[in-house]
Design a protein around this ligand. Structure first.
Ligand SMILES: *[C@@H]1O[C@H](CO)[C@@H](O)[C@H](O)[C@H]1NC(C)=O
Ligand SMILES: *[C@@H]1O[C@H](CO)[C@@H](O)[C@H](O)[C@H]1NC(C)=O
Ligand SMILES: *[C@@H]1O[C@H](CO)[C@@H](O)[C@H](O)[C@H]1NC(C)=O
Ligand SMILES: *[C@@H]1O[C@H](CO)[C@@H](O)[C@H](O)[C@H]1NC(C)=O
Ligand SMILES: *[C@@H]1O[C@H](CO)[C@@H](O)[C@H](O)[C@H]1NC(C)=O
Ligand SMILES: *[C@@H]1O[C@H](CO)[C@@H](O)[C@H](O)[C@H]1NC(C)=O
Ligand SMILES: *[C@@H]1O[C@H](CO)[C@@H](O)[C@H](O)[C@H]1NC(C)=O
Ligand SMILES: *[C@@H]1O[C@H](CO)[C@@H](O)[C@H](O)[C@H]1NC(C)=O
Ligand SMILES: *[C@@H]1O[C@H](CO)[C@@H](O)[C@H](O)[C@H]1NC(C)=O
Ligand SMILES: *[C@@H]1O[C@H](CO)[C@@H](O)[C@H](O)[C@H]1NC(C)=O
Length: 517
């Protein structure tokens, strides 16, 4: 076992105990059919090592019911087991964990069951009790003094494998127990990565999405036999399983399936109040299959572990900012199949081991490029030594290597390429300059035309405006050959005239624009 037997009872824990005595009537390590767990009530193992109750995951507003270390307290607490991984509650005070017909059941805010121990045969329904033990196991027993359990959390691990627990492959059902990663640091839901016991080899393997294996130790001996801990492998007609324990009982340790897909052994450092990773596989994070999601590259060095390919952006920026890369990347501009072919382009990427591709028998790089261009499902191509390879579907597990990597060309919208942006900026400027110039020219012409027209009209108006019906001769007659001058100025002279209908008019005669006779 990883834990000391001597448990110094500090003032602090006594106070906590006192507090719990007040807030939870039994200050118990158990829940019986007569009580339930709700709100901030918890039960604590006898040695005060583990605590069981509602906890909040990260910054989310979701509550889960689970087990965490009480003695080795960190902030946030280190959770080792979760009951309702996929069915969180938002109000823990109106949610309740209690026995119903011999099963431990979690009721949500609407008092509807959302999680249960699902044990079928229970003999004495009224004497069932759930006890949290000092090894972190929550057991359901039949009767207060029974030692046998009818259900235990050790049989339903989440992401943690504790010392003393079996990690097993069930030969009767052909099923492995899975340690599954959290969805993200804020979400203990079942994530993509898992570890399990191999059906017939003495080893644990890690997989992505329960199918793509990305790690196995070959044999477990070299990595398990060290100064810290000892493992045990047992196999019989029902199951094969591992157990482990630390040589030094004061060493607090745990195996976990990390959120980033690494299978890790961690030990607690009391001085720093932190967990130290003393062993992790795969050794480098980029070896975790598809860790960065689709259209994204993994790089051990640099600012960010995962980076979207050029022309792509995170599917969820907020997740990405919280180091949850599982959503991968999407094109900034969606490609619409069969349309805007001229807007397609390719971006080069150099990767350690390209994903599986299909080959096309084609003779030149240009033809290979065209083949991918024309095929809507083609996302990338490469042309190496007269071999044309194309990739359909999402590109996963890209590990960037700019010096020794293999070259792939990934289809993107040319609008999203930086070179296009630069070119288009120049082009835009040319267009703007040209248009402004053209506009000025046109405007100039228009102004000129209007001016000319105005000048012509000006003459006409003065002469013909209101007197359009008269010809010069008539005016000459009316004004008696411009004999009776009323006034004059720079514009010309005004003469008095009498029309045939005896109405008196003033006639202005300008110097410019003398009408032709
Ligand atoms: C349950 O907790 C109560 C209160 O601490 C205690 O008296 C009782 O012995 C516990 N029952 C079991 C089965 O551990
Ligand atoms: C529950 O309460 C009943 C009656 O009050 C009592 O007989 C029974 O022993 C209690 N059960 C437990 C597990 O404490
Ligand atoms: C969680 O909340 C704390 C305090 O409110 C904040 O400092 C931290 O950045 C948040 N973490 C994330 C991942 O949002
Ligand atoms: C409680 O659970 C039921 C069944 O899953 C669900 O339909 C209901 O919406 C839940 N209630 C709340 C308040 O979440
Ligand atoms: C389990 O696997 C064995 C051998 O592959 C097979 O014979 C058996 O039928 C399987 N059992 C179940 C329940 O699938
Ligand atoms: C996981 O596998 C299932 C099919 O087994 C598939 O439908 C799903 O898209 C996969 N998820 C991811 C993230 O690859
Ligand atoms: C295997 O399971 C059967 C039925 O549950 C049981 O009788 C038998 O003892 C088990 N064998 C071992 C080695 O545990
Ligand atoms: C995934 O990428 C890693 C790192 O390049 C590589 O070692 C591994 O073989 C790749 N996995 C598969 C299944 O291609
Ligand atoms: C993510 O981080 C970037 C850079 O730090 C920031 O500009 C952006 O607003 C963040 N997005 C979200 C959704 O938090
Ligand atoms: C091209 O493909 C052939 C057949 O698949 C293979 O033998 C050859 O090594 C490949 N050449 C290069 C340069 O990858």
């Amino acid at each position: 076992m990883c834990f000391t037997n001597k448990l110094p009872v500090s003032m602090e824990s006594m106070l906590v105990l006192l507090f719990l005595t007040i807030s939870f009537s039994s200050a118990a390590d158990n829940i019986s059919t007569n009580n339930s767990l709700s709100g901030d009530e918890t039960i604590i193992s006898k040695g005060e090592i583990f605590e069981f109750g509602f906890f909040k995951a990260g910054n989310s507003s979701n509550y889960f019911i689970g087990i965490w270390y009480k003695k080795y307290s960190s902030n946030p607490p280190t959770v080792v087991w979760i009951a309702n991984r996929e069915t969180p509650v938002s109000d823990r005070f109106s949610s309740e964990l209690k026995f119903i017909d011999g099963n431990l059941v979690l009721l949500n805010e609407s008092k509807l069951p959302i999680w249960s121990t699902k044990v079928t045969s229970t003999t004495s329904l009224n004497s069932a009790v759930a006890v949290i033990l000092d090894n972190g196991n929550l057991v359901v027993r039949n009767g207060l003094n029974s030692v046998e359990h009818i259900w235990q959390s050790f049989d339903h691990p989440a992401h943690t494998w504790l010392p003393g627990a079996k990690f097993a492959y069930n030969k009767r059902t052909n099923k492995s127990q899975l340690l599954t990663s959290w969805k993200s640091r804020d979400d203990p839901g079942v994530g993509l990565f898992s570890s399990e016991v191999h059906p017939f080899r003495i080893m644990v393997v890690s997989k992505c999405n329960r199918s793509q294996q990305y790690w196995d130790p070959g044999s477990w001996d070299p990595l398990m036999d060290n100064d810290f801990y000892k493992y045990n492998y047992q196999t019989n007609e029902n199951e094969s399983y591992f157990t482990y324990y630390a040589y030094d009982p004061s060493t607090v340790c745990r195996f976990i399936m990390d959120v980033d897909g690494q299978f890790q052994l961690q030990t607690w450092s009391e001085s720093t109040k932190q967990w130290n990773i003393i062993w992790a596989q795969p050794e480098t994070q980029c070896k975790v299959y598809a860790l960065c999601g689709a259209f994204s590259t993994c790089r051990e060095t640099g600012l960010s572990l995962c980076n979207c390919l050029t022309g792509f952006q995170p599917r969820s920026e907020s997740n990405w900012n919280q180091s949850d890369f599982s959503g991968g990347c999407v094109r900034k501009t969606n490609l619409i199949c069969g349309r805007n072919m001229e807007k397609l382009d390719f971006v080069m990427v150099q990767v350690t081991s390209p994903p599986p591709s299909s080959s096309v028998s084609i003779g030149s790089a240009g033809e290979c490029r065209n083949a991918c261009l024309k095929d809507c499902s083609c996302n990338a191509y490469s042309f190496v030594g007269r071999n044309c390879s194309v990739w359909n579907g999402e590109l996963l597990n890209l590990s960037e290597d700019k010096t020794n990597g293999k070259t792939m060309y990934v289809k993107v919208s040319s609008e999203d390429l930086p070179s296009h942006k630069k070119n288009s900026r120049v082009a835009t400027m040319v267009i703007v300059v040209a248009s402004v110039g053209g506009l000025l020219l046109v405007l100039g012409l228009v102004v000129l035309t209007i001016y000319m027209k105005k000048r012509r009209l000006a003459g006409k108006t003065t002469m013909e405006g209101s007197l359009v019906a008269f010809v010069y001769k008539d005016l000459q007659t009316a004004t008696k050959n411009f004999s009776d001058k009323l006034g004059g100025g720079g514009f010309g002279s005004v003469f008095k005239g009498v029309l045939r209908d005896t109405s008196i008019v003033a006639v202005k005669k300008t110097r410019k624009c003398q009408p032709r006779r």
